[in-house]
Design a binder for this molecule. Structure first.
Ligand code: ZN
Length: 283
């Protein structure tokens, strides 16, 4: 057999693996964030705006990751970047939005809710009122809205830039801005290998807490045990303190997944991921 005949299938496998890697949700998400960071740096006048990208902020006993913070005398913009395709259905208040792509539906966390948590973490860190902070979600990629969206959602970097520059009322002094920037650029908030690892561990711990909550009695929090109804049929989970407590749950609780996304692949773009490929749970 010619060496080429052996090499060809191996090459095909390597190419397929490489393709999957390049199309992975985390890679696509990180590429969208880089585009936004570059656009802001190029188009917002540096004498008026300072940009800090990719921050990991303390939040309760864990951490939360912020894509971009834009500081100016006119206020602070906290920006969450979504790199997606397809049609997006949602509004300002719903907890879940829907992405429709190639006729299939995927549920996602309302990114405005996700970013509201980022705003709270930033306000607490800097000791400033939320009134001086704007929350923006910017969609990069080919995704388009199919429902009326609140103005805090921008489609493309240019629209985001326009929204940021719309604020013209000074609310911060230069001294305050310098202090904010110094705090945000401190090494403990930078997205390093160590802080990222801690962040991902925190996300996993939150998901585990939720999974464990599902294993407990919804009425009193005691452990659940599997029970069979006397009449036969399918079993259920009942409170271990029965008959003191009559709390139950159906068997096989639905999997605890905050965001459903399709598998990454050549013709199924990912629904969403944050820059590190982890899915962030609701606050
Ligand atoms: Zn109970």
């Amino acid at each position: 057999m010619s060496p080429y005949v052996i090499a060809l299938p191996i090459l095909a496998i390597v190419a397929a693996l490489l393709g999957a890697l390049l199309n992975s949700p985390s890679r696509i998400g990180a590429a969208g964030e880089r585009l936004v960071a570059r656009w802001l740096a190029k188009n917002l006048p540096p004498e008026e705006y300072r940009i800090v990208n990719d921050l990991i902020l303390p939040h309760r006993d864990r951490t939360t990751q912020i894509d971009h913070v834009v500081l100016s005398r006119f206020g602070i913009a906290v920006i969450e970047t979504k790199t997606m395709s397809g049609w997006i259905f949602g509004d300002g208040t719903e907890g879940r939005w829907t992405q429709v792509i190639y006729g299939r539906k995927y549920r996602m966390q309302n990114p405005l809710h996700q970013n509201a948590l980022h705003v709270r973490a930033l306000c607490r860190l800097l000791g400033i009122p939320a009134a001086n902070v704007d929350s923006f979600v910017v969609f990069m990629g080919s995704a388009r809205p199919k429902t009326a969206m609140p103005p805090a959602v921008a489609w493309g970097a240019r629209a985001l830039g326009q929204r940021i520059r719309a604020r013209r009322e000074p609310v911060f002094t230069d001294a305050q801005l310098a202090a904010f920037e110094a705090r945000l650029r401190a090494p403990d908030l930078a997205s390093t290998r160590a802080t990222q690892r801690a962040h991902v561990l925190g996300v996993k711990a939150t998901l585990k807490d939720r999974a464990e909550a599902v294993q407990r009695c919804p009425e009193c929090g005691a452990p659940l045990v599997q029970r069979m109804p006397r009449s036969g049929g399918t079993g259920f989970l009942g409170c271990s303190t029965f008959p003191k407590c009559r709390g139950t749950r159906p068997l096989a609780p639905p999997p605890v997944r905050p965001t459903v996304r399709p598998a990454a692949g050549a013709d199924t773009p990912p629904a969403d991921a944050d820059s590190h490929g982890t899915i962030l749970p609701n606050p």
